[in-house]
Design a protein around this ligand. Sequence first.
Ligand code: FES
Length: 286
Amino acid sequence: MWSPVSDKYPSESGRRRFVKGIVGSAALSSVAAGGSLVLDTATSSTGAGGGTVEYVGIRNTDGPAPRGLPIVPLRVTDSGHLEGRWPDPETITKRDGTEVTVAREDVGGITYDTRWFQYCGVQSLPGIAPDAEADNSFRVKGGYDWASSLEQGAKVAVEDFEGYEQWGNGIGQDGLGMPLNATWRTPEEGRALSVEILRTPELPRMIAGEGPYGNLSADVRSFLDAATAQDCMAWVDKCTHFCCVPGFKSSEYPGAEDAVYCQCHQSVYDPFTPMKQSFVALPRTD
Ligand code: FES
């Protein structure tokens, strides 16, 4: 049975130098759901890198959450480990002359922008600044019985998901994929970002738009093709309502058995229907 696991700093990580400071709990609690902020804060002196942003996320299908969970584009390294993609930072000069550092790149024809993750206090995490040096490896956090044999904080390997084509936990339908909670953008100090990984045999059909996935748009399918690898996909593990930690196959709540469920106020997200969405990203605090 799934259960949330508190954030844990991994025992070891690759690059450790960290260049941005972490802020206190007041900023972390500055929750704003969806479009409740109307400022374009990209040029605000009180912060940087906010503003309206389009993203691809797994769809919110039920409950009070205002929008879906942002997908984290990933790759598989030569050693067979999973890591999230973080574009090279660049400094741009805005029309008013101010300079802003951004991290964005084309992923399958869609602009992947690290502002996708700036909500629910995530914007205050040290590893989320565009030019922060942080570990891009997904690292084991756990959350599921099958993962109890994995070392906490170890790099997640594709081969960890052995048997993913048949896996089930007694909730919903077996064979839809194997989930794992992980951390990402691990900084020198402070908390990493939490993500959920799903290795699912459905991904090739999603990318091809076959069967029940015929309604996925061509641009989202192109993005999925570029943002996933070896049947693995990932999304930010932070409910867009009030920031609880949802989980795939975590509840028998009607309609959530084969979806991502947030136990706080019964929001449901469907990882099998990613879609383009938009929101107003909160400014970073750097
Ligand atoms: S539904 Fe309210 S925090 Fe997730």
